[in-house]
Design a protein around this ligand. Structure first.
Ligand code: BG6
Length: 486
């Protein structure tokens, strides 16, 4: 569906996110002619550059990050023509009047300010825009995660941005919500009654959510070391996944109807007692090892530091206190430099209350629903099946599989493509509301506090392994095990 012509203004335009994700996403949408060439993309940063210089950088980034088959040369030239560069000092006076004057040449145009900067600048940038007359009724502001680094800083940002724009013009992005397979979680649950009827503590034994990456911190050490896996991945992406899995059916697909239900899950999460943080969390930090088949340095070497207390891996055991979920643990784990890049959900059902198959001959595996978010997107329902043949009775676990590639066979748009077009459309459904972000921080905070009080360091794990053995021990203490699937 085409969107209206817009002015997109990207703060932090020379940064990693803009080059790796935002420009390629905009290019794809432009290439598919989803927005007209009367749109402008205004790149804003502090670097001394002119429009020509910026276009050169953008071109290099697009050649690197867009697949060759999509890189049509004419479209690339036309896309680069949409780019303008403005040097603006976010903290000073330089550049603001010129930027706003150029935007105000088109006062009725949809205007999207994307803040791909450090969150410390979100409040200031919004205030500056307002002072210079850059906020119009058609303006939206997009805030990248993380919104702050704890509850107080998140509230301060939300207050500062909220003083300038109403909530419906604020888009707090969590790119996981733009992933096709994450959106499919709602379809799976609310368009298929067979699952929803089984979706509770009577039938579900536990749920696992794994988001594993093979990359290390790459060039992002400066940001990452002040953040760590809990703030970088759990407070936002993984809690959002948990919400979609655990929430009640919204009364409709309306923006607030969906967000209200997610918020209830966040509020129902059992709070962690800071004194007992070690019973339900494990922190790890990668040391030198093998990743993607080659030797790689440890986190400290990647960082160029002597020591760091930042976790690059975290595993958690969580409870949702509600009638539906009481007694069903949710185990989450995420980390850098793990053996495979995979994001996956495992819903493990209870075993039969009584088995007619003699235990010494048949080990009944529990039914599991595996939801593969990326890569090789798909779903698999694991079940016990009788092996065909005239011999004795043998049961074997087999799976009902759905491969998204086979079923739909098309290129998967990157999450940012969908989300950026939603910003232009003014649709906030796949973005986080203020109260969601703050509820997520309030749940995370006692864990941060517990870690801080105990002053223990993250446990080392070899790059290329599944994290510290304590993470395995944590789930095995409950008589369960991390499940690695297809
Ligand atoms: C980002 C984190 O939000 O998500 C990164 O800041 C992480 O550290 C990335 O690598 C993972 O996203 P994806 O889409 O590759 O799973």
């Amino acid at each position: 569906l085409p969107v209206a012509s817009f002015d997109g203004v990207v703060f932090g335009a020379t940064g990693d996110l803009t080059m790796r994700k935002l420009l390629p996403a905009l290019f794809h949408r432009f290439r598919d002619r989803q927005f007209p060439d009367s749109s402008r993309i205004i790149a804003v940063a502090r670097t001394e550059l002119d429009t020509e210089g910026y276009r050169k950088r953008a071109e290099a980034a697009l050649r690197q990050h867009v697949d060759a088959a999509s890189l049509d040369e004419d479209m690339l030239t036309a896309f680069l023509d949409l780019l303008r560069y403005h040097l603006v000092d976010a903290l000073g006076e330089q550049g603001w009047p010129e930027l706003v004057a150029s935007l105000n040449e088109r006062p009725d145009q949809v205007r999207a300010y994307y803040l791909a900067t450090s969150p410390d600048l979100y409040g200031t940038i919004c205030q500056r825009l307002a002072q210079h007359g850059g906020i119009t009724p058609q303006s939206r502001v997009v805030l990248e995660k993380p919104i702050g680094r704890d509850l107080a800083s998140a509230q301060a940002i939300n207050n500062a941005v909220g003083a300038v724009l109403p909530e419906k013009q604020i888009f707090r992005i969590d790119h996981y919500l733009g992933k096709e397979t994450v959106q499919n979680l709602m379809a799976l649950r609310f368009a298929n009654p067979i699952f929803e009827r089984l979706w509770h503590a009577d039938t579900i034994d536990h749920v696992q959510i794994t988001v594993a990456e093979t990359v290390g911190v790459e060039g992002r050490g400066g940001y990452y070391n002040g953040s760590g896996a809990l703030r970088d991945m759990v407070q936002n992406h993984m809690l959002q996944l948990l919400c979609l899995l655990a929430m009640e059916s919204p009364i409709s697909l309306d923006t607030d109807a969906v967000r209200d239900e997610k918020l209830k899950v966040l509020r129902a999460l059992q709070r962690v007692d800071p004194h007992e943080v070690n019973g339900c969390t494990v922190r790890g930090q990668y040391s030198a090892g093998i990743a993607d088949g080659r030797p790689v340095p440890g986190y400290l070497a990647d960082l160029g530091a002597e020591s760091s207390n930042t976790e690059t891996f975290v595993a958690l055991k969580m409870q949702v206190n509600s009638w539906r979920w009481a007694g069903v643990p949710f185990y989450l784990r995420t980390g850098k430099r793990l053996p495979r890049k995979v994001s996956e959900i495992v819903v493990q059902f209870r075993t039969p209350p009584f088995s007619i198959y003699p235990r010494d001959q048949h080990e009944l595996q529990p039914n599991r629903l595996l939801i593969r978010l990326q890569p090789a997107e798909g779903m698999r329902l694991e079940m016990m099946t009788k092996e065909p043949g005239p011999g004795g009775l043998h049961l074997r676990p087999t799976g009902l599989d759905i491969s998204f590639e086979k079923a739909f066979g098309q290129r998967y748009p990157d999450a940012y493509e969908r989300l950026l077009m939603d910003v232009v459309r003014g649709n906030t459904t796949l973005f986080m509301r203020r109260d969601e972000v703050e509820a997520a921080w309030s749940w995370v905070e006692p864990i941060l506090q517990g870690w801080n009080d105990r002053r223990d360091t993250p446990r080392p794990y070899l790059a290329g392994s599944w994290g510290p053995t304590a993470a395995i021990a944590m789930i095995e203490r409950d008589g369960r095990t991390w499940y690695e699937s297809f």
